[in-house]
Design a protein around this ligand. Structure first.
Ligand code: FES
Ligand code: MG
Length: 572
């Protein structure tokens, strides 16, 4: 059944000095000689790290994968790659997504691996692994780590989106530091990633929607024994994928990307989805642009009632039937006939899916909300586009808004100025935060959902139009325009906004306009100076020089595309 010789034979199948070296040192781990005689070698790419708490259970998960690989006649070899934890890494894990993807790409290509299992969990670990693997393009299957169990605090369910609520309540003196400390322990009470439809859950749904996982992968809680079962089954399956030579590029077609976009709208996925999907498309060589997201999301209602757009958590989503239910409901709109990693089509994989809780998973006839997932707005303020998630807005009237700008030149200016009592503002003001884009921060942090100024909060204002060239956490909410491209740091019009300028947001007409004359903008542009961030060496210097704008996926320009899986030269 082998279509061609296994690539691992280029190491373990060699005779003489080279073969000796490739095998001898491996044998110090106690592998019998026949392991090297033609079993498919399966790499298990592990993002385990105690600094990435969401992936803290991955050593155990890898063991389940290995059982499946052994059973199917493969030879599993686990290897670590750079792991990006969302909560600890400063200034933002996004700064290192491309670096981690380089580690993944080079580790796969450089080693005797015939197929690879990607163990992904926390936000950036999924896109970085899929990006890296795409640039090599060998048989690949993804296993997600699964969400945490739903948090419980004083009889109520809580999750990551409550962090923002708790901190606002604390700012207003409604809860004490002691209560906050208790809430910390109540929220993250099991292994797994954020339990809301934040970026990690969005990424887990994305890989399932792309056909890169076995069905149901996205929602099984990390602590549920069925998470280990799907890891085990994925271990079995990757061995067959190697025999079938079913590569990533056969699954990641243009249609698969279209499916992922429509399904992301249906689940109310994170805005970060846009940037990561664009970057993956760039690696695998599929044409995709921001307009595709707007066009394909436009008519899709929200079908999943999960925080931050709705009320429930990933655990509830799994018990209600999980992503296969959503895929089945969407079959009339998506491509059902394309192949996925298990060799079956999208339609076949969801054929027996059933919704067990219509409160949690709605239908096209009875959606959770009519408002769709993502909208792309353009105009002189964002010539290459900006992104907004209407379903996360707390005040739908703001979808059509004109108001005077309050400008923060960078994050420090924002922090110093937000609660300045001399600052004239009201609920019609538009908060503008510059220099939080890919180059400007650097690394495009999740600070776009700026806090509402204290004195407006006290007046009961819960939402305002906020615009930035940064991102927001997938767990954030509000009328927040993100990813403005070109960003301020490269001298886009966004860099030229000043206090009091009138800004118009018109979601229906997809418009974001700065009401300042072209002559005035030309005058301001002539005086504009680029920032000096002071990074003159190392990775960050490389990143700033090569990172693309957000509408292009914020990948490095030299990483777009792939180099395949061939390495011709031996090491000694
Ligand atoms: Fe890891 Fe939210 S912090 S998924
Ligand atoms: Mg996040």
């Amino acid at each position: 059944m082998d279509k061609k010789e296994l690539r691992s034979r280029g190491w373990f199948g060699k005779s003489g000095k080279d073969g000796f070296i490739y095998r001898a040192w491996m044998k110090n781990q106690g592998f019998p000689a026949d392991e090297f005689e033609g079993r498919p070698v399966i790499g298990i790419c592990n993002t385990f790290s105690e600094l990435t708490p969401c992936n803290g259970h991955f050593r155990e998960l890898a063991e389940s994968v290995k059982r499946g690989v052994w059973e199917a006649g493969g030879f599993p070899l686990e290897f670590p790659v750079m792991s990006l934890g969302e909560t600890l890494i400063k200034p933002t894990a996004m700064l290192y997504r491309n670096l981690a993807s380089m580690d993944v790409e080079e580790s796969i290509r450089a080693n005797p691996i015939d197929g690879v299992v990607l163990l992904c969990g926390c936000d950036k670990t999924t896109p970085s692994l899929v990006m890296g693997a795409s640039s090599v393009d060998i048989p690949t299957i993804v296993v997600s780590g699964g969400p945490m169990l739903t948090g419980r605090y004083r009889g109520k369910t809580i999750g990551t989106s409550d962090v923002w609520r708790f901190s606002e309540a604390y700012r207003q003196g409604q809860i004490s530091q002691d209560e906050l400390t208790t809430a910390e322990a109540c929220m993250c009470r099991s292994s797994g990633h954020c339990a809301v439809m934040g970026t990690a859950s969005t990424m887990a749904c994305m890989v399932e929607a792309l056909g890169l996982t076995l069905p149901e992968n996205a929602a099984i809680p990390a602590a549920d024994s069925r998470r280990k079962v799907i890891a085990h089954l994925s271990g079995r399956r990757i061995v067959d994928m190697v025999k079938e030579d079913l590569r990533l590029s056969q699954v990641l077609t243009r249609q698969a990307f279209e499916n992922a976009i429509m399904l992301n709208a249906a689940i109310g996925g994170s805005t970060n989805f846009v940037i990561h999907l664009l970057a993956i498309a760039g690696r695998i060589g599929v044409e995709l642009n921001l307009d595709d997201f707007d066009r394909l999301s436009a008519q899709v209602p929200l079908l999943v009632n999960l925080q931050p757009s709705g009320g429930y958590f990933m655990e509830d989503f799994y018990y209600a039937g999980g992503l296969p239910v959503v895929i089945k409901e969407m079959l009339s709109r998506i491509h059902g006939d394309i192949i996925t990693v298990n060799g079956k089509t999208v339609a076949e994989n969801c054929a027996t899916a059933e919704c067990f809780d219509p409160e949690v998973i709605g239908s096209l006839e009875k959606p959770v909300k009519e408002l769709t997932g993502l909208v792309v707005v353009k105009g002189n303020l964002a010539e290459n586009g900006a992104v907004l998630k209407p379903s996360a807005s707390l005040k739908p009237e703001l979808m059509q808004h004109r108001g005077p700008a309050i400008v923060f030149e960078d994050i420090d200016h924002y922090k110093a100025r937000l609660d300045d009592p001399n600052l004239e503002m009201d609920e019609n003001s538009v908060l503008v935060l510059k220099n939080v884009g890919p180059k400007g921060y650097p690394g495009m942090p999740e600070v776009g959902n700026m806090s509402i100024p204290k004195r407006l909060l006290e007046k009961g204002v819960m939402d305002m139009v906020r615009i930035s060239d940064g991102r927001m956490s997938g767990t954030g909410f509000g009328t927040v325009v993100l990813h403005v491209s070109p960003e301020a740091a490269v001298g886009g019009t966004f860099a030229l906004v000043q206090d009091g300028d009138m800004i118009e947001l018109d979601v229906e007409n997809r418009r974001l306009h700065l009401d300042v004359s072209d002559e005035e903008l030309a005058r301001r542009r002539a005086n504009w100076q680029p920032l000096d961030l002071g990074y003159d060496r190392g990775y960050v210097n490389l990143y700033i020089k090569h990172v693309t704008q957000s509408h292009e996926g914020a990948d490095m320009d030299f990483l777009i595309g792939g180099s395949g899986d061939v390495v011709t030269r031996d090491s000694h």
